[in-house]
Design a binder for this molecule. Structure first.
Ligand code: UT7
Length: 328
């Protein structure tokens, strides 16, 4: 049986750090409120000229180096993002060119914060089906460019960054064991960017009304997120005939420490078996899981045979999980 395994990880965060104290000078908020309600202390902000594909490139180079494969050998690139360089072409096409990955087919996935796991799932299916053998999956976001820096309910939450993995086929058991994807489009309005698409094309009016920024009903999302994430982690563990105690490490989407703690509690996992880095990066949407995964790998928190659970929740609404028996 062919499965896919991760053979390299990489990540990148822009240099500029924006702290909670910096935000206190920009909107009516406080370091204490942000830390207590979210767990975030600081986030990274992309340079003015820096794009999603630039950051994706940096993370991808590191993942390629870690896996030992060459860009020219990649046969598929999937970029998960809600902040592509431009509406068309995809960030994946631009990344393909930057990497010189001439053989690779390339496309983006927009599943918001769940995007990386959606991308991983698509790549896994292609590898299992035999269509592709060396797949680059990236989550990369420049959320700072669609953040309303006058809206304290959102601007304290988001950050920029990118993470990447290389997937290759294996006949062994140390591989992606299962992926689980869910959507409930009836709640799409809870997180959306109203303008710039076919409903409200860009105009002077849309700019004046600040419609090119993310709008979010955080409190309503919070409740749905806690419930659905508790359900999906149990679904994932059961689908593999495992128990919560079999999980070595939980790598959750980094939106809110209280959401992460609720999921860990449902699994009865102590927090030292949960990867948390949102204090340093905030919510980087599709980039959060591959950044956290790469950091855990480089800190040697993951060993061969470990069972790693990834889970995410985000705009759409979408939620997703993946269970991996670590191969390296
Ligand atoms: O990435 C995936 C999708 N997104 C999420 O998963 C986000 C999920 N939601 C959350 O993380 C939380 O709901 C937030 C962190 C966004 C908000 O925390 P909360 O505990 O749900 O706060 P709230 O929205 O209920 O607001 C509580 C109060 C309000 O004031 P009143 O009405 O009680 O007087 C807000 O106006 O806090 C106020 N508030 C702030 N105060 C200081 C909202 N934002 C801020 C702020 N600083 N930045």
């Amino acid at each position: 049986m062919i499965r896919s395994r991760i053979t390299g990880t990489g990540s990148y965060a822009p240099e500029k750090v924006l702290t909670n104290l910096d935000l206190e000078k920009m909107v009516e908020t406080s370091d204490e409120w942000i830390r207590e309600r979210t767990g975030i202390r600081e986030r990274r902000i992309a340079g003015q000229e820096q794009t999603t594909s630039d950051m994706a490139y940096e993370a991808s180079r590191r993942a390629l180096d870690a896996s030992g494969i060459k860009a020219k050998d990649i046969d598929l690139i999937i970029v998960a993002t809600v902040t592509p360089d431009m509406p068309t072409p995809s960030a994946a096409c631009i990344l393909q060119h930057k990497l010189g990955a001439k053989r690779a087919a390339a496309f983006d996935i927009n599943a918001a914060c769940s995007g990386f796991i959606y991308g991983l799932s698509v790549a896994d299916s292609f590898i299992r089906g035999g269509s592709y053998k060396k797949v680059l999956v990236v989550g990369s976001e420049t959320l700072s460019k669609i953040t309303d820096w006058e809206d304290r309910t959102t601007c304290v939450l988001f950050g920029d960054g990118a993470g990447a993995v290389i997937l290759e086929p294996t006949e062994g058991n140390n591989a992606i064991l299962s992926t689980h994807l869910h959507t409930d489009g009836s709640m799409w309005e809870l997180i959306h960017m109203p303008a710039g698409g076919s409903r409200n094309p860009a105009s002077e009016k849309t700019i004046k009304k600040r419609l090119h920024y993310i709008k979010m009903k955080g409190n309503e999302i919070f409740k749905v997120a806690v419930r659905t994430l508790e359900d999906i982690v149990i679904e994932t563990i059961k689908a593999n005939g495992l128990k919560p105690s079999d999980i070595t490490l939980l790598i959750p989407h980094q939106a809110n420490l209280r959401i992460i703690q609720a999921t860990a509690k449902r699994l009865d996992l102590p927090m030292d078996r949960v990867v948390v880095n949102l204090d340093r990066y905030g919510n980087t949407s599709a980039a959060s899981i591959p950044i956290a995964l790469d950091e855990a790998v480089r800190q040697k928190r993951i060993r061969k045979g470990d069972i790693i659970l990834l889970e995410a929740f985000g705009g759409g609404l979408t939620w997703a999980s993946a269970l991996i028996r670590w191969p390296l």
